[in-house]
Design a binder for this molecule. Structure first.
Ligand SMILES: C[S@@+](CC[C@H](N)C(=O)[O-])C[C@H]1O[C@@H](n2cnc3c(N)ncnc32)[C@H](O)[C@@H]1O
Length: 256
């Protein structure tokens, strides 16, 4: 049986899968520039939220997945009291954002918006962002730019990757198949995870499926504008302030 993706074994695998990303450093830089009071939409396991709190910023994370929130809370428990005091996690659907305060900086990192399969809920989330920004506040959205030639190549092809569990040393095999609906800009993903010990005994396995959308810069600019947000800066990379060009693989939009 395929499970909803942000549950069980996958929530543990999430941090292993994303361990190589350098986006945390970029968000700490953005927090220095636009913080200190930050709201993260879809804060997940706290991969970005916890380092922001460690760096001294006050961060509220919103997520709707019980298992991702539980994992984030468990990780926060291991932190110093001063870090715990800087972090708050709220269970909420970001399309119904209702917090009793406003923020200097709101972030939607790591392709978070690809969870919205239709424009309407995404625009709803953007309107919520607008309502929760202080008058001088900034919203930062970072997303991959769809690489159509690559997507055509990998369409329906099973890809296999191996990881070592950083705590237990076990081997995790990730079998991943994406099927694209190029007309409706949707990606159907099926993921099968297996975990083996040193003697190659199967310890755990689980299957997940999730459908996500993919977005291009022009439609995001339009949707932000429809929600009353003005894009005042754009970068084609999280690490570098370069324009979004024909070869960009990332888009980072800054709005207020
Ligand atoms: C790709 S993960 C990103 C997690 C974290 N920001 C990071 O960079 O590691 C997306 C997260 O958004 C959450 N999410 C997706 N749609 C949501 C919604 N409508 N309301 C609240 N959380 C949502 C998921 O549960 C998941 O934890």
């Amino acid at each position: 049986m395929a499970h909803e993706m942000y549950s069980g074994f996958f929530t543990e695998f999430y941090d292993i899968l994303h361990a190589g990303l350098t986006d945390v450093d970029s968000y700490i830089e953005f927090a220095r520039k636009f913080g200190p009071d930050i709201l993260e939409l879809g804060s997940g396991t706290g991969r970005i939220l916890i380092p922001l709190a460690r760096a001294g910023f006050s961060v509220t994370g919103v997520d709707y997945s019980d298992d991702m929130i539980a994992r984030c809370r468990a990780k926060l428990e291991l932190e110093h009291e001063s870090v715990k005091a800087k972090a708050a996690i709220v269970k909420q659907d970001v399309t119904q954002l209702k917090l009793d305060r406003k923020f200097d900086l709101i972030i939607a990192p790591c392709n978070m918006i690809n969870h919205f399969l239709e424009p309407a809920p995404l625009i709803k989330m953007f309107r919520g962002v607008k309502r929760h920004l202080k008058p001088t506040g900034v919203f930062i959205l970072d997303n991959s730019i769809p690489d159509i030639p690559y997507m055509v190549d990998i369409n329906r092809v099973e890809r296999i990757a191996a990881f070592e569990h950083p705590l237990t040393g076990t081997k995790i095999i990730d079998r991943f198949t994406s099927t694209y609906d190029f007309v409706n800009q949707l990606e159907h993903n099926v993921i099968h995870l297996e975990e083996y010990d040193e003697e190659h005994n199967l310890l755990r396995e689980a299957s997940y499926s999730i459908t996500m959308a993919y977005y291009f810069p022009r439609e995001l600019r339009l949707m932000l504008e429809m929600a009353g947000l003005e894009v005042f800066h754009e970068q084609g990379s999280l690490d570098e302030d370069i324009p979004i060009g024909a070869d960009s693989t990332q888009m980072v939009l800054f709005a207020r």
